[in-house]
Design a protein around this ligand. Structure first.
Ligand code: NAD
Length: 497
């Protein structure tokens, strides 16, 4: 074990994560007294016994959020004040970078180097970006003519529920928190039961930064209890959801059964990464293709999980991808040299291994990887895995695996590539690798996805919207467009005489 690794091990032992619900600016137990074990996917140890919130706790959190909204010390605060508080919040996230990164790694298994370099900085950057946006957004005066003055203004929704997944617990929460809080809403956040810890610490830091109690509440708990109660609640004005398409459909149903609350959904994907015959830098495309599916253990909604490669380049691409795959052998997430960590829990690991079996059963050829590794650790580790000879109808070509498993499909021409790319119920991301600008534009237009990358994969910036077509969701996270989900438009028409 390296000294850097043992240093993180020692800190991990000393860490005492927050584990209560955070309602009205205070930590407390669930009303029922129930808790659940928060288990680390790295070694199977129990990190904390976390309050298991249910409908009664959601009621209390929504009541606190509603009272805070009515009080107006956040909802009606000046944009300048909201900006200052959120900027302090971003700074506190940065000041607590190592603790937050360690907690994230222990809780969901990603490498500590990624938590430090990606998750905490992106989270702080997101909060800062929305903080800085607040006092630069103007409302509108409609061009009605001289007889009237019509103001079109944005107002906060009120109380917003946010339900988020476990793959990027802090970043997914921040993509909701940024626009929700900047717009003046109150929020009840339900983190995933698989990764509840950093959300609790984030809420505590937000209050330390000056956010009034009750504006940001966190109720950890299970989807079918706490999550469902939040989405069904009659006094919640909107739900910002990130998670699977199956759960997204339930959330829409809950809104319909209750108060027609606004629903925005960021759901799954099965994104095509298309390498055209004219793209000759195979090494570059292969490295990007490998990271597009193996980064974050493949637990990425926008993962390039379908490699569509021209038949003339397939062998060279797979050879290079295998080379990168060997560099990305799973290791101890607390070792700063590790690039691929643990799968979030045993259930998800079994799901991933089940899809690897399905690939074999359906007749695809296992070209690389395919096994569980590091069993002695007590954690959940799966090697980078590549299938060749995949057909469009196979399960590994159609279903979201959410693990480090790549399905390779060949094509002969652009028309066939586009037909395969769009042969999916999803539409989150896609990439095209080509040297021809015309091909790039033509294909980018023809692909039905919210984000199309050209000669790169997963390029990212808070300034651009993130979200999908079709069953990948409704609405967009990030950028100024995210305000559309968490504000209402109001027209005030003044007749002039
Ligand atoms: P999930 O749908 O199982 O859970 C997501 C959240 O919903 C969790 O907090 C869970 O507790 C809650 N939930 C579950 N059942 C619920 C119910 N009946 N009512 C209310 N809430 C409920 O998804 P997951 O396994 O946590 O995350 C993986 C999924 O998230 C993948 O499909 C992935 O593509 C998607 N995802 C999408 C994006 C995006 O921006 N489009 C980003 C990250 C992850």
């Amino acid at each position: 074990m390296s000294s850097a690794s043992s240093d993180w091990q020692a800190r991990a032992k000393a860490l005492r994560p927050r584990s209560g619900m955070f309602v009205d600016g205070r930590f407390g137990a669930a009303a029922s007294g129930a808790t659940f074990d928060c288990i680390s996917p790295i070694d199977g140890r129990v990190l904390a016994q976390v309050a298991a919130g249910d409908a009664a706790d959601i009621d209390a959190a929504v009541a606190s959020a509603r009272a805070a909204f009515g009080r107006g010390d956040w909802s009606r605060a000046t944009p300048k004040h909201r900006k200052q508080v959120l900027l302090r919040f971003a700074e506190l996230l940065r000041a607590n970078r190592e603790e937050l990164a360690l907690t994230e790694t222990l809780d969901m298994g990603k490498p500590i180097s990624d938590s430090l370099a990606v998750d905490v900085p992106s989270t702080a950057n997101c909060i800062q970006w929305y903080a800085e946006a607040i006092d630069k957004i103007y409302d509108e005066v409609a061009p009605t003519g001289p007889g009237a003055l019509a103001l079109v203004m944005r107002e906060p929704l009120g109380v917003v529920g946010a339900i988020v997944p476990w793959n990027f617990p802090m970043i997914m929460a921040a993509w909701k928190l940024g626009p929700i809080l900047a717009a003046g809403n109150s929020i009840v956040l339900k983190p995933s039961e698989k990764s509840p810890l950093t959300a609790l610490r984030m809420a505590e830091l937000a209050v330390e930064a000056g956010l009034p109690p009750g504006v940001f509440n966190v109720v950890p708990g299970f989807g079918h209890t706490a999550g469902k109660a939040l989405a069904l609640h009659m006094d919640v004005d909107g739900i910002g959801f990130t998670g699977s398409t199956a759960t997204g459909k339930l959330i829409m149903g809950y809104a319909a059964q209750s108060n027609l609350k606004r629903v925005s959904l960021e759901c799954g994907g099965k994104s095509p990464n298309i390498v055209m015959a004219d793209y000759r830098d195979v090494e570059r495309a292969a490295r990007a293709a490998a990271y597009a599916i193996f980064f974050n253990q493949g637990e990425m909604c926008s993962a390039g999980s379908r490699l569509l490669v021209h038949e003339s380049l397939k062998d060279a691409m797979l050879e290079q991808i295998a080379k990168v795959g060997r560099e990305l052998a799973p290791g101890d997430p607390l070792d700063p040299a590790t690039k691929l960590g643990a799968i979030v829990d045993a259930q998800q690991m079994q799901r991933v291994l089940g899809y690897i079996d399905a690939g074999r059963e359906d007749g695809a050829r296992l070209a690389f990887g395919g096994s569980q590794v590091r069993r002695d650790s007590g954690g959940n580790f799966v090697e980078p895995t590549v299938f060749d000879g995949v057909q469009r109808g196979m399960r590994i070509a159609r279903e979201e695996i959410f693990g480090p498993v790549l399905a390779t499909i060949t094509f002969r021409d652009e028309e066939e590539a586009l037909a395969i790319a769009n042969d999916t119920s999803y539409g989150l991301a896609a990439a095209v690798w080509t040297r021809d600008l015309n091909t790039a534009h033509r294909m980018a237009r023809a692909i039905r996805a919210g984000m199309v990358y050209v000669n790169c994969y997963d390029a990212d910036d808070i300034t651009v919207p993130f979200g999908g077509f079709r069953q990948s969701g409704i609405g967009r996270d990030k950028s100024l467009h995210a305000f559309d989900k968490f504000t209402e438009l109001k027209t005030t028409w003044i007749e002039l005489s």
